[in-house]
Write a protein that binds this ligand. Structure first.
Ligand SMILES: N[C@H](CCC[C@H](N)C(=O)O)C(=O)O
Length: 265
């Protein structure tokens, strides 16, 4: 039995266990332990777990696991929380360059705690039958636009799970975002997300709203795009190149330390 110190963070309701693993003592291959720590009844409870590790060429490295215990791809809300955690630990000040699953990221913090996280450039997006638009923003996402006034009543878990387990995605899975356009200009786009690896609806998904903003730019949305999730508001800024690809993509929003403690494992 050992005592494992942890920190709990949330970004627009997408919540994470953060571990200071600068000494690289945590065994990331132990998916049962990760799953246990993320368990909302028997563990700490979270949508995912993140290790902050030292890296020779960057301020730090972020290693992300989904709540099911397996290494995930990029996590946008988790990335913002890791930046806030690095600031809390004194690893960085208000600007940083760090490494994540999909490559290097820059980020900066405002005095009010808002974290602006640069995402990888996105080269394309692909319409997949009537399923939706596929966009890879460091994690795979389907974006499905819905008719007005249908998002609130949608069974996101059932609909999202069906797409996630459909032939094309069965093996690796995908996250699925359901979107309603603003009824009047200037209002936010509304988004609800089914997350693979959590296999449930989460309150918000950072790589998801990024995918939505880029898909929405083909429907008239201009940078910066405001997005409303059940867990709160996020903003995505970007530049669109003539060839249809996107660069200078920034995901902005809050990242909050909720509490810390230690758990016996
Ligand atoms: N919640 C995360 C996404 C985690 C990605 C994960 N669910 C996957 O693709 O396996 C976010 O804010 O971007």
């Amino acid at each position: 039995m050992t005592k494992l110190p942890f920190h709990k963070y949330q970004g627009t309701g997408n919540d994470f266990v953060l571990l200071d693993d600068r000494q690289q003592q945590f065994n990331g291959a132990d998916y049962r332990l990760v799953r246990h720590l993320c368990d909302r009844r028997r563990g700490i409870g979270a949508d995912g777990l993140i290790l902050l590790r030292n890296h020779p060429d960057f301020d730090f490295e972020m290693v992300y696991f989904n709540a099911d215990g397996h290494v995930g791809s990029m996590c946008g809300n988790g990335g913002r929380c890791t930046v806030a955690f690095a600031r809390y630990l004194g690893v960085i000040e208000e600007k940083t360059r760090f490494l994540a699953a999909d490559g290097n990221h820059e980020a900066h913090l405002d005095a009010d705690g808002t974290v602006h996280l640069r995402m990888q450039d996105v080269l394309g997006q692909q319409q997949i039958d009537e399923m939706g638009i596929f966009v890879d923003t460091g994690s795979p996402h389907i974006v499905r636009f819905l008719p007005a006034s249908t998002l609130a009543e949608l069974n996101v878990v059932a609909e999202g799970r069906a797409i996630r387990n459909s032939g094309l995605f069965r093996e690796k899975g995908t996250n699925v975002n359901f979107v309603e356009a603003p009824a009047t200009a200037g209002q936010p786009w509304q988004v609800r997300t089914y997350e693979r690896g959590v296999e449930d609806e989460t309150l918000s998904c950072g790589t998801g709203v990024t995918a939505v903003a880029l898909a929405a730019s083909r429907r008239g949305a201009t940078s910066p795009v405001r997005l409303r999730t059940p867990g709160g508001d996020l903003q995505v800024a970007f530049a669109r190149r003539a060839d249809g690809s996107f660069t200078q993509i920034y995901l902005s929003g809050p990242a909050v330390r909720v509490f810390g403690g230690e758990i016996t494992v």
